[in-house]
Design a protein around this ligand. Sequence first.
Ligand code: ZN
Length: 620
Amino acid sequence: MKIARSLAVIFILASCAVAQNAVQERLHVDATDAPRNILHSTVTIPVSPGAVTLVYPKWIPGNHRPTGPIQNLTGLHIKAGAQELDWQRDLVDMWAFHVQVPAGARELAVSFDTLTYNGKSSTASSKVLDLLWNQVVLYPQGAATDSVQVAASIRLPEGWKFGTALAPASQSGNSVEFQPVTLTRLVDSPLIAGTFYRQIQLSSPGETPVHVIDMVAESAESLEITDKDLASYKQLVAEAGKLFGARHYEKYHFLWTLSDQTAHHGLEHHESSDNGTGEDVFSNPNSHNLEADLLPHEFVHSWNGKYRRPAGLVTPNYQDAMKGDLLWVYEGLTHYLGNLLAARTGLRSPEQFRENLAYTAAMLDHRAGRTWRPLQDTATSVQTLFAAPPQWANWRRSADYYPEGYLIWLEVDALIRRQTNGQKSLNDFCRIFFGGQSGAPAVVSYKFEDVVAALNQVTPSNWADLLRERLNSKSPHAPLGGIENGGWKLVYTAEKNSTMEAAEKASDALDLSFSLGMIISKEGDVRDVIPGSPAYAAGLGPGMKLAAVNNRKWSKDVMRAALRTSVHNQQPLTLLAENGDYYNAYQVNYHGGEQYPHLLRAEGQPDVLGEIIKPQAPNR
Ligand SMILES: [Zn+2]
């Protein structure tokens, strides 16, 4: 009831804004130079004579931070008719440009280039393009993005095909014109394109809304999805429908770029998601394991993040600051549900699901920074924490609202099941909070109290106190109640954890967090050291580089062998490390061998965790 009423209010406000104050822009993107990572934009913007300020999107939805890449905006020219106008950048707001529009002028023609090269985080390569419209557009300062209508068009390199949730109005050769949409919807609808393209239907013929995967890759071979994965992604559509009970989109495109040259990331949208993985994700079991929850995670965001959104992240335009305090719901719950859906659809086996959870729990249980920085502050300070370097991450903490949000929502799920004797679960919360009426994309904002109210609707309990306690805790230990009430316990053995093993193969780094208390690259660079660990006590720190272990030249194998023999040895380990221009031998007093986390069944307890990851929807 509450959800339906808020929805009506938002629809009315949005339609009034468009009717009365619509700014009609035309945007053309010449993407024929995408292979060398430069995009050419021309934007036509209606204006009145006098002082005008144009802005470049700064606070990017889904990033929750001022990441609009203004440093990559180049070649800017602003014209009124044939007259070139001088522009001045604002002295404080780097995303704003001031111009004086001459008498008689009614529109500005703005042209500029966007540089998209950023090493392995580039958004284009010789064969693929991931076009983010916020990077190629300007709009008048102060305009609500719902009130700016954009008629966008694009010219692609010869022979490239594309995928997007935008509806084409016309297409001729490599040029496509799209039906006009609000700037909000344009930015919410990225486009991927490339030489090697494939579209896969996930819905049965005649079924609505239609779900498809659009893939572009560096080679035709990379597009060879396995039959098992195809069945899992079809099942993902069914499982998400079952979980939420309604869909808030008219069609859904999983946009998927498979490339080792462009960014590996995921960004959520209402009617699509922008997913980037390596080229070998279907053929390499380790890559497959690590990426298995990517599409489920971004899909969940269509409900949790896009449809229901924390009030502090609902802003009228891309220049107003966002507040990240509820990201433990937006990202934390999505991280939990994405992992559940990966298991419920068979993208991960139950064993892989548990190994992943064991690693997450152990990592947080060894987070020294939790003694000074409560989880809440990791969400509140997203704009500074997210891009922080990996060195000292254990003490600084990082975007822990993802993994620790996972543990908290697992704990809530297990508590609901226990309190209701298995009659209810977090699935019920999802239907109440994210369900409602199916239809076109809409935004319904929420606050902390709304989350608590929906939980109380499932089963009354002191949810507010429990959540506040978890968010404000400075306990050195992670909340493991979900694992324990789930019928399992976290243990450490010398046997490798399969998630950590997959991560090691991908990054080549040796993660000794649960033994020596440090993470080391293949070359010996100390990436991080955990305060309070044996490595920390010996004086080691990130930024140093290991040269030798017990006088033998550093390698991961030499280090592993030294750890194994340390169990039967009274002598400390001697680690020779380079620190700038100096070498020093550090004595590490450790005799526990290799240690990796796993989940072990708790005798006599029901397997609630096994119940949680069971498929809910009928097999398609
Ligand atoms: Zn996310």
